[in-house]
Design a protein around this ligand. Structure first.
Ligand code: ZN
Length: 144
């Protein structure tokens, strides 16, 4: 079982059955089922985030890379919109370390205020510049 407490690097890939060797180090990838936090977004704005569980992640046994099967993800999430791309409109934020949730809080819904944040974010998430970078560009200058 891969250690999910370490921050990993997400690599999106389209493949039918197996992703082949690790794109970074050539190591062996191992398919494992985990709960993930996934967000949809428009441009840089996160619209919604939710928890999905699936085996679309392939973990490298030699380096902290996880290869995400985009076609599987798209299928799972039921996005039929043509042109939707994983990584631009759908973003996997990271892996949920559900075991880190104390016993007495496990009944709480994910995202509730009392629930500890157990999301182990992908470390290359910022490459894609999502979330919290709110643009306060007030387009008031409509003086036409
Ligand atoms: Zn690797």
């Amino acid at each position: 079982m891969p250690n999910i407490k370490i921050q990993r690097e997400a690599v999106y890939k389209d493949f039918a059955t197996t992703p082949g060797p690790c794109p970074k180090c050539g190591g062996v990838l191992e398919q494992t089922n985990f709960p993930y936090m996934v967000a949809t977004r428009t441009g840089t704005r996160i619209e919604d985030s939710f928890l999905i569980s699936g085996d679309f992640g392939w973990f490298c046994q030699s380096c902290p890379v996880v290869v995400l099967n985009q076609s599987e993800l798209r299928k799972m999430m039921g996005f039929s919109k043509p042109g939707w791309k994983i990584g631009s409109e759908i973003l996997v934020l990271g892996i949920m370390d559900l075991d880190a949730i104390p016993e007495n809080k496990r009944h709480l819904p994910i995202g509730s205020p009392e629930m500890p944040n157990v999301l182990v974010k992908f470390r290359n998430l910022d490459d894609k510049k999502p979330a919290s970078r709110k643009r306060h560009k007030k387009t008031r200058s409509k003086t036409s």
